[in-house]
Design a protein around this ligand. Sequence first.
Ligand SMILES: Cc1cc(-c2n[nH]c(CCNC(=O)c3cc(-c4ccc(F)cc4)cc(O)c3O)n2)ccn1
Ligand SMILES: [Mg+2]
Length: 214
Amino acid sequence: TQSTRPQRLLHAVQKNATRGDPRSVVKAIDNFCRQKEWAMNVGDEKGCILDSVVSEVNPVTVLELGTYCGYSTVRIASLLPPRAKIITLEFNPDYAKIARQVIAWAGLEDKIQVVEGPSGEWIPKMKEQFGVKTFDLVFLDHWKDRYLPDTKLLEDCGLLRKGSILLADNVICPGTPDYLEYVRNSPRYKSQYFKSHLEYTKAEDGLEKSVFLG
Ligand SMILES: Cc1cc(-c2n[nH]c(CCNC(=O)c3cc(-c4ccc(F)cc4)cc(O)c3O)n2)ccn1
Ligand SMILES: [Mg+2]
């Protein structure tokens, strides 16, 4: 039976990356996506912006919306302090299965919890299920029409604190116009746009970093 693109991406990691070496896993995925098949990872160019924001925030609790194959999950986790944790939500069980194996190859399974299901159902259960108080950093990289409703849900569930950082991928391509309008015009956020390109292409895209002001 035909393999899927995530399966081929995982095989490229197992073939070309060193077990326990997150940077080699990131490199192997970027090489696979540049040389073989495009895939919707945040990629190396936007990945460097992600790295700089994570290093600056130094978060202890991270929420990632949209795991896919775990590329950005591995990038973030490899920069976290020892006790820090990431909860990453993935809707598609096949993607989640691949992501768990990519994360294991990087040796980062102790810092990462992959949760399967829709963000709208899991966000209200974060406190009771995972003992989370608030998130220091939220990386939005899931269905683009869910960025705004899920941001409002995070606010309403008391999962953001003064200074929590929202970092959103794809605000230009595929685009999240309603989310951008909200975080750029709401008095409750201070926003900044980092111009870049859609992963592995020349098309414009960028990350929007928004600080929750409480
Ligand atoms: C918990 C929960 C999780 C999800 C969820 N889980 N996994 C995802 C993946 C979402 N990501 C994308 O769709 C995406 C698309 C493109 C793209 C595609 C085609 C083009 F031509 C150009 C650009 C580029 C990207 O960088 C993307 O991130 N959503 C959904 C709901 N609830
Ligand atoms: Mg993305």
